[in-house]
Design a protein around this ligand. Structure first.
Ligand code: SAM
Length: 245
């Protein structure tokens, strides 16, 4: 189901003629690659997907066809092989999983990989947004870690996850996956808790230009509260960022 979500989010910030049609596109953090495949089917010239998950790329490779390729390599390895190759780089709900220390280097890789004038579209969930804790599948509360001790919340979700696995659901998370603060060996889903303000200042130092940042998850209530209390992260929601080289 998750693979069907968010494919067309980029249309909210820039016309398809600028980011998709006849473009060479890189999808960073493509996992099993269903969205990546759609970029090609909907008009891209060539699409490459990369992900650090061996398991994700092994599945994605089954969908390879002319114009669509997948690699289990890092953005820095790709940047050495394909400098200034891409018109567009997209990344959907990946940047909240990249450690705060690694974010500047990944943005530097994006700078290297893009052609001059190329675009980068990044959508990611900020931790204090409604679904930012990534626990919505397991716990019916938008902000569980604000209310309860994080350790207990994770224990509860791990119990739920193992129940879901027993009945054959939640294939997105491998059976051995555990919510915790520690790095998981194959699915890189730890959360960096980077806020929108943090991210904008990291972008500023990357050499890429931040063209626009559009909130995509605000409810009417959040929008109103954000007008009244613009500094409170809870009401800002998550953002779609448009960067340009
Ligand atoms: C929530 S999933 C999103 C998958 C896909 N973009 C989608 O929308 O279905 C996050 C993915 O990011 C990958 N990931 C995390 N850090 C990464 C990095 N530095 N480079 C590439 N992929 C990364 C994870 O392995 C995982 O597959």
């Amino acid at each position: 189901m998750y693979d069907g979500v968010g494919y067309d989010i980029y249309d909210r910030i820039v016309a398809r003629d600028r980011w998709l049609n006849n473009k060479t596109i890189l999808d960073i953090g493509c996992f099993v690659g269903k969205k990546t495949e759609r970029y090609l089917d909907e008009g891209a010239k060539e699409v490459i997907g990369i992900d650090l998950s061996k398991r994700g790329i092994a599945t994605a490779k089954q969908f390879e066809k002319p114009g669509l390729r997948f690699f289990n390599i890092s953005s820095s390895e790709l940047a050495r092989k394909y400098p200034a190759y891409f018109d567009t780089i997209v990344s959907f709900t990946v940047f909240e999983h990249i450690s705060r220390e690694s974010l500047p280097a990944v943005l530097e890789d994006i700078h290297t990989l893009l052609k001059k004038g190329g675009l980068c579209l990044i959508a990611f969930n900020h931790y204090l947004d409604r679904f930012g804790s990534h626990l919505a599948n397991f716990i019916y509360h938008a902000h569980p870690t604000l209310l309860f001790n994080e350790k207990h919340v994770f224990e509860y979700c791990n119990r739920k996850l193992s129940q879901y696995h027993q009945i054959g659901q939640m294939g997105y998370y491998p059976p051995e996956y555990k919510f915790s603060k520690e790095q998981n060996s194959d699915v890189y889903l730890e959360l960096n808790k980077v806020t929108s303000e943090d991210f904008k200042s990291i972008v500023q130092r990357s050499g890429l230009k931040l063209v626009r940042a559009v909130p995509y998850s605000q409810t009417t209530f959040m929008r109103l509260m954000n007008l009244l209390l613009p500094r409170i992260e809870l009401f800002k929601g998550s953002y779609l960022y448009l960067l340009e080289k």
